[in-house]
Structures are given as C-alpha cells and as structure tokens.
Design a protein around this ligand. Structure first.
Ligand SMILES: Nc1nc2c(c(=O)[nH]1)N[C@H]1C(S)=C(S)[C@@H](COP(=O)(O)OP(=O)(O)OC[C@H]3O[C@@H](n4cnc5c(=O)[nH]c(N)nc54)[C@H](O)[C@@H]3O)O[C@H]1N2
Ligand SMILES: Nc1nc2c(c(=O)[nH]1)N[C@H]1C(S)=C(S)[C@@H](COP(=O)(O)OP(=O)(O)OC[C@H]3O[C@@H](n4cnc5c(=O)[nH]c(N)nc54)[C@H](O)[C@@H]3O)O[C@H]1N2
Ligand SMILES: [Mo]
Length: 838
C-alpha cells in the first residue's frame, strides 16, 4: 500500500503523520504549503524581525511515535484479580493485587451496573470522578468534553481543580491588579514588539521559558529570546536553580533561599523608596494605599526596615547585589518575567506565595507598569496575532460554547456538592472538610471567597470514583494519602480510564484502555486554551487550527474515550443524551460551523487539507498590554473576558478601586483580619522553611519545577527514548532513575558522589533518586523535577513504602498556601538525603 500523510496536533505542536500498511512510520512537525504562511514583521532598532515558515514543536513530540506504540499503553480492559462486584471487593488490596484481562462486554457490564447501583442506592452525588490537567489535544475528546457530559448525566459530585499553575497569582495578585478572569495573570498582547523596541533589561523571576515553552506553544518563542539576546538586552535570573534559559541568555544569576523571594522584592522596594527612584506620578494616579505599604517597607509598622541587609539575612543574596539590581532596574526600562505566562513560576506554589505574587505586581507598579518596556511578560506570548477569528478552545467548552447551539443538549448537573482536589483523600478518609474557593475562579473576585463544605447537607458521601487519567501520585502533594484513600472501604468501586499506565492506574478495580488522538477524529488549535488564558496561541508564530485526522484504527482493544462513554451510556439507556446523536466527526464539523473558520475556508477543504493557518491582516494594529491603563485610556486590547471592557469603567483594572491596590479593597471587604494574607503584602517566613522546627531535622529544601523533557506525566515512562536524556532520567544497573541535583558542598558532607543512588526523605515518605552533583543548584537545595509518571514502590500496596520511580511529590506537604488560600505548596518542602545502600 502507498504511504498516506495525515495531519494531527499534540499539546506542543502540529504534526504530519505518515502511515503505511496501517502503521505509523514517521511523525514530524506539520509540513504546510509555503503559500499558506504570511509571516509578520516587527521593526525595531533598524532591524526587521520575522519568523520562519515552520512550526517549532517541543522536543518530546519528536518521540511521539515511540509513545504511540509504547509497551506502557493500556491495551485491554483489566480487572483486579480479587475484586468481585457480587462478592468480596477487597479494597485494601488496591495498589497491591495484580490484574487479569477481561472482555469489553464484561468490563462495560461491571461499570454500568455499578454506576446504576451506586446512583440508585445513594443518589448521583455518591458518584465522583475527575480528570487530570492536560489531556491529549483536540476539543472533541478533551477532558471538558465527553467526561463532563457523561458524568453530568449521573448528577455526580465534581472535584474542583485547585488552580495549580497560578496559586500565588490567583489568591494574591488578583487582589492587587484584578485579572481574575485570567486567574491573576496579566494580558500579554504585543509585548514581543514592545520589548524588542523598548526593553533594556529583563528580570526572569522564577521563570525558565526555554523549558516550559509557553505551556503548549513548543519552541516558537525560543527564537524571540535569541533576538532579545542579539539586541544586547541584559538579563537577570532569580532562581535557586541555574535554569536553561539563564544558560542560553548568559544572564546574571541570583540564587535566593527558597521561600524568601518576598523579602528580596521588599528590599528592592526599600531601595527605590529611600533613593527616590520610583514613578511617583504613576503611584499617585494609578494606585491606592502606597503610604501604608511604604510604612511597612520602612519598618514604621513593625520596627524592621526591609533593607537589603535584612533581606540578605533571609535570602542569602548579598545586600550590595540587591542594591545594584534595584538601581539598575530603576534606571532602565525593565521587563519583569515572573513565570512562564508573565505570572506562574514555582515561587507561586509555596507557603504565602500570595505575598510574592503581589510584590511582583507592586514592584512594576512602582516603575510605571504599562509604560513602554515596563511590563510583566513571560517572553512566551504576545506575537502579532489575529484575535478576530474565533475558534473554540478547551476552556470554552463549558463557557462560550455552552451558550451556542453546539451544546443544546448538554446535560445539566443539579448536584451542588463539590470536592477540592487537594483535600479529596482527606474528604474520603476523614470528613468533613471545608475550604474557600470555587476552583478556577475566573468569574469574579468574590468567587474565591465562597465557602464549601463536604459532605454537603442533603447529599451522599462519595462511594464510587471514576478516575479519568491517573497521574496524581506524581503531581499532587503528600501523595501517599492517595494510596490510603484508594484503599478505603468507603470507596466501593474505582474505575481508571487512561491511555498509558500511570502512577495511579493500578489503584483501580477496573482499568479501561482509551486510545490516543491519532486513533480518533478531532479538531484543535495549536496552543489555544480559551477561557482563563484567552489568546494563548499568540505564543505561536502562526495561528493554526488542525483537523486532527484519524490516522489509524485504535490499537489493541483500546477505544476512544467518547466511544467508551457511549457504550456505557447505551447500556443505561442514555446513549442519545450523551451523544446528541453525533459521531466524533460530526462534533468536529459542529465546532467548525460555530467558529469563524468558515470565513476563511470551506469545511470540505479544511477536512481534506487538514489545517488552516490564520495570518494577521495587512492593517494589523498593535495594542500593547496595559499601555491603555498607563496612558489613562479605555482598554483597547482584545481581552474580551475583561468585564469592564467597553463599559463606562473601561479605563479601570479589575480591582474594586479600578486601580493597582497596595492595600487591597477586596481583601478588606472579605478577610479584613487575615494575618496570613494581610491587606498589604508582608514577608511571612514559610511554615516549612529555614525558620521552622522541622529544619533542624530536615535541613534541605526540595525544589520541584516542571520537567524539561516531559510534559508533566505525558511522555515520561511512555517514551523510552527519554530514558537516554540524562536531564530526564539516568540509567544505572539497568534501571532508569529520576535525577536529584545536589550542590557539591551538601554532597560532600553526606559522602554522596555523582551517580550514587540516594534516598530523599522526611516524615512523610522516602523516594529513591540518582544523585547529580552540580553547582547549578544553590547550597541547601535539592532540585528534582515534579511529575514522574512512574510510581514504583518497593512494597506495593503499602502507604509507607519507599518509591524508586521518582514521585518526589510523596515528600511535599499538603498544607495550603495560607488559611484562606487553599493552593498547593510543593516548593515548601524540607527533606534530608542520604546515600542508599539498600
Ligand atoms: N512538585 C510539584 N508538583 C506540581 C507542580 C509543581 O510545580 N511542582 N505543578 C502543578 C501543575 S502547574 C500542574 S498543571 C499539575 C499537573 O498534574 P496532572 O494534572 O496530574 O498531570 P498530567 O500529566 O496533566 O496528567 C495527565 C493524565 O491524563 C492522562 N491522559 C492524557 N490524555 C488522555 C486522554 O486523552 N484520555 C484519557 N482517558 N486520559 C488521558 C495521562 O496519561 C495522565 O495520566 O501538577 C502540579 N504538581
Ligand atoms: N517542558 C514542560 N513545559 C511545561 C510543563 C511541563 O510539565 N513540562 N508544564 C506546563 C504547565 S501546566 C505550567 S503551569 C507551566 C509552569 O511554568 P512555571 O510555573 O513558570 O514553571 P516552574 O518550572 O514551576 O518554575 C519556573 C522556574 O522557577 C524556579 N523556582 C521554583 N521555586 C522558586 C522559588 O521559590 N523562587 C524562585 N526565585 N524561583 C523558583 C524553578 O527552579 C524554575 O526554573 O509550565 C508549562 N510548561
Ligand atoms: Mo499547570
């Protein structure tokens, strides 16, 4: 048979897929017709900048074919050997007992009967279930799609995701400058052009964009950073780890002690206040509460001036270095790059991270945020981009799409009970639990003050858990709790539906094999998220919507998630409600029809050719983010989720006062006495840091950022080639170990040498890693990436077992950012490390 070429899209770039005799022979960056590209041009400093006509996908996608054919694929429906729905269920053996292959008929019978039994016995709220953060690309199959439709039909109890990417920004920065509809992240429109034209320095504060790559936009923005470097723009990196972007940009490296960035930021503010080098006019006209903030910085509130000398004690950064950074920052047009999307950054996932994120905004406010070259910009978004053409993205599926005719039969869930992902194990094991916040609170500032309690009056505790994905042993906090939860007899039935075996998969009673996006029909725009990160595809040099063509039949006995849910629904007489009478391809067509794409191409052409590039128009006009606010004009950026845009308040930010708030009005209205998130930011030493009791026994700080060569649990373990990349895993005695990076001084006193197997431990758990002795980490810090897909306990089924797979999140705390800010805090983690002789 001749070779066929299909188009598809991954979560880090569009690809061409070559198929011969039903087998994929090659997957590479999508090959598009030269004529389809119309590159934009930015003119700055006498030079013209234009991107090449190609798509720079993330490195791991180059190994996509290995992942498709991986031995780690879930190939058949499986049942735990000692699980009998009509007899002994043996929940205590979850994670311990092996599995047997069963037929699809048997699997579907068990799952549908159990769902019916649980609903009939206890009510729909006794069924719970949840997805992971990132599913295979494509909006028809995405986690907000089939899963939400299916579970809503049962009136289930949803589990809110904590805003893991944004914690400090979401719970903190929103009270400083609004942007709650972006979960605390600022707009990024046209900041590439603005920086090329105006920036003189960039401070990367907790940001490694060469590794995190604009989340979904691959390596497209790597070129922009080379342009900035060629222009001679100075860079500074504040990070306990000498990260990859720092290496590439040859920047100045400051490595503070973890948990002390807020002190560092306050010392910078102290220098500006005492040396009179802040923008007084801006502070006067665009902000409120500065005098009170100033009192705290100068020590008039607590007797401690926040001087560089004081910050040196806390952070370990020399006072003279802090002072010279502050002076240079004020004397130049300085961009602050506080995490991969402007905001984010590992510094936002720790104790009191609200204070750091608020300080990031306030520092730039002191320099005139919105002024040319004075912005908050992640360097990963903000290329010229046509925002007029709307195509739905995954976060729109419940918002904008739900209000269109595409979703006329979307089942509505009347159950009011909710769970919180981070406390789900506690909710099962030790109810009641309560918290503030409605998950991704993008609707209003008040949404995050809403109080929840589980179980909720009138509803059942959960008895069944439908897990869609299975990554949490590797990605949540203090994760041995998940082992205990799964083994609880309170959970009468557990299903896991995933594509690959993951850290949690073998905690289920029934395992169902889903297929990949290459084995079903779908559609998706590269890099687009919609909703709380609208216009994220401006991180790509070209907007491209890909018709994700089915390239081959589902392998082994896997089926698309959509088909699995359809089959279960069919057994319960709900097939029509679930499918709305549509096949997956018909859903693709529906999304195409409700989008603006028909103005650019016909369905027939799109379906056949497989993609549509949306170039910018000839009369493209740039509208740099927050320039309008700086200049006192109405918002002119295309941020359509900004609720004040095009109203009489269009000149205002999303805060109560409409200005930047050094003293927060929203916190004053809702939590006026909260000492852990005061009205104006304070430096509060971490509850798990160098001042805490635990430090005596566990004097090392674990730093667990996002893995450079996998996308959380995607690709790790499922793509054997990654095991040959020593930054990712290192082979020793035939086993691919997870690296833990340690400073030579810390290694020497413990007798640890390069390539030794080491035990990372604290009172919560023990994880075996392979030591990499390097000066790229600061003394006192152990660097080991988060998100291992491999949970490999020495004693399977025991919650106190040592893991050798690399799930360092077994060590991280489950305590939250602060009492009323229930965010995750993996970077506030104390451990000890020793050579493992076991
Ligand atoms: N220590 C530490 N921990 C962290 C962080 C940190 O900085 N440090 N960061 C946090 C952040 S920001 C995030 S976003 C989370 C991410 O944490 P998770 O959401 O747990 O991670 P993912 O890798 O997105 O999980 C994806 C899962 O879905 C499955 N899956 C993928 N596609 C499909 C599909 O099409 N169908 C089905 N049925 N299953 C599919 C995958 O196989 C995998 O099991 O981690 C958080 N954890
Ligand atoms: N390759 C790859 N790319 C990804 C992901 C992935 O898993 N793999 N995940 C995606 C997702 S879901 C998200 S949310 C984003 C996250 O993007 P970010 O939140 O920006 O990424 P992190 O890796 O957590 O942190 C970035 C840098 O902050 C440093 N850092 C950590 N703690 C501190 C601290 O206390 N102080 C200071 N000053 N620096 C600190 C880390 O060492 C790291 O170099 O990345 C996205 N991109
Ligand atoms: Mo994330």
């Amino acid at each position: 048979m001749t070779e066929q070429v299909f188009t598809n899209c991954t979560n880090a770039g569009p690809v061409s897929v070559y198929v011969k005799d039903g087998k994929v022979t090659r997957i590479r960056p999508l090959v598009a017709d030269e004529k389809d590209f119309k590159p934009w041009t930015i003119e700055a400093g006498g030079r013209k900048y234009s991107p090449p006509k190609k798509f720079a996908i993330a490195p791991y996608v180059h190994a996509e074919r290995r992942r498709l054919y991986s031995d780690e694929r879930i190939k058949y429906p499986m049942k735990r050997v000692d699980f009998d729905p009509d007899g002994e269920r043996n929940p205590q053996n979850r994670g311990k007992s092996p599995y047997v292959r069963i037929s699809w008929d048997e699997a579907l019978d068990i799952v549908s009967k159990e769902m019916k039994r649980v609903k009939d016995t206890y009510g729909g709220s006794a069924i719970s279930g949840m997805t992971s953060s990132h599913h295979n690309w494509g909006i028809v199959g995405y986690k907000m799609g089939p899963f939400a439709r299916f579970m809503n039909m049962f009136e289930f109890t949803p589990v809110f995701d904590n805003p893991d990417s944004w914690e400090g920004w979401h719970w903190g920065a929103t009270h400083t400058y609004g942007f709650f509809w972006r979960l605390g992240m600022p707009e990024q429109y046209d900041l590439l052009e603005d920086s090329l034209k105006n920036a003189e320095m960039i401070v990367f504060w907790s940001n490694d964009p060469d590794s995190t790559r604009g989340t979904y936009t691959g390596q497209d923005s790597a070129l922009w950073r080379q342009w900035l470097r060629e222009k001679g723009i100075k860079t500074v990196f504040i990070d306990p780890f000498h990260n990859y972007t720092a290496g590439l940009m040859e920047g100045k490296w400051l490595a503070p002690r973890i948990g002390t960035d807020t002190a560092l930021a306050m010392a910078i503010a102290h220098v500006w206040i005492t040396e009179n080098t802040y923008d007084k006019e801006y502070v006067q006209n665009r902000t409120i509460g500065f005098d009170e903030f100033k009192k705290y910085i100068l020590g008039q509130e607590d007797g401690q001036p926040k001087t560089p000398e004081w910050a040196e004690q806390e952070s370990g950064i020399k006072a003279r270095v802090i002072r010279s950074l502050a002076r240079e920052w004020a004397s130049k047009r300085t961009v602050l790059s506080g995490g991969s999307r402007g905001g984010e950054g590992g510094a936002c996932r720790q104790a009191y991270a609200t204070e750091w994120a608020r300080m990031m905004v306030l520092l730039q406010a002191m320099q005139g945020l919105g002024k040319p070259g004075v912005t908050i910009w992640g360097t990963t978004m903000g290329a010229p981009s046509d925002t007029e053409c709307w195509f739905p993205a995954y976060a729109d599926l419940q918002g904008r799409v739900a209000t269109t005719k595409a979703a006329k039969h979307l089942p509505v869930n009347t159950t009011k009970q909710r769970l919180w992902r981070l406390t789900l194990p506690d909710a099962v094991l030790n109810p009641p639990v309560s918290w503030y916040g409605e998950g991704f609170c993008g609707q209003s500032l008040e949404q995050q003050f809403k109080h929840f309690e589980y179980p909720m009056k009138g509803y059942s505790e959960i008895k069944m858990f439908y897990r869609y994905g299975g990554s949490f042993m590797g990605t949540m906090s203090d994760t041995t709790k998940w082992v205990r939860m799964y083994q609880s007899p309170k959970l009468e039935f557990v299903v896991n539906q995933d594509v690959w075996y993951n850290s949690e998969t073998k905690m289920a009673d029934i395992i169902l094999p889903a297929c990949t996006n290459f084995e079903r029909d779908d559609v998706g725009e590269w890099g687009a998220c919609g909703g709380y990160t609208v216009h994220a595809s401006s991180g790509c040099n070209y907007r491209i919507v890909v018709r994700q063509q089915k390239c081959l039949e589902p392998m082994w006995e896997s089926k698309s998630d959509y088909e699995i849910f359809t089959l279960i629904a069919d057994r319960l007489g709900m097939k029509e409600t679930f499918t709305d009478g549509k096949t997956e391809l018909e859903w693709v067509k529906t999304f195409f029809d409700i989008s603006d794409l028909p103005k650019y191409t016909s369905w027939e052409e799109f379906n056949k050719k497989g993609y549509c590039i949306i170039n910018i128009k000839d009369d493209y006009k740039s509208t740099p983010s927050l320039r309008w606010f700086y200049e006192g004009r109405e918002c002119d950026t295309p941020d359509m989720n900004n609720p004040k845009r095009k109203t009489e308040k269009a000149k205002e930010l999303g805060t109560y006062s409409g200005k930047i708030e050094f003293v927060s009005e929203s916190l004053k209205a809702h939590f006026p006495d909260d000492q852990e998130r005061p009205l104006s930011p304070h430096y509060i030493p971490s509850w798990e840091g160098h001042h805490s009791e635990m430090y005596k026994e566990y004097p090392l700080q674990l730093l667990s950022p996002h893995p450079r060569f996998s996308f959380h649990c995607h690709y790790d373990k499922h793509t054997d080639w990654l095991n040959d990349i020593p930054v990712h895993r290192i082979k020793k005695d035939g086993y691919a170990w997870w690296p833990a990076r340690i400073h030579p001084d810390d290694a020497a006193v413990r007798g640890i040498r390069n390539n030794d197997i080491v035990r990372l431990y604290n009172h919560r758990a023990s994880v075996l890693c392979i030591a990499v002795v390097t000066e790229r980490v600061r003394p006192g810090v152990i660097h080991s990436y988060a998100s291992s897909a491999k949970y490999d306990p020495l004693n399977p089924g025991r919650d106190d077992s040592i893991d050798k797979g690399g799930c360092v999140n077994m060590l991280t705390p489950s305590r939250m950012v602060s009492q009323n800010a229930p965010g995750m805090t993996p970077n506030s983690c104390l451990i000890e490390i020793e050579k493992w002789e076991g």
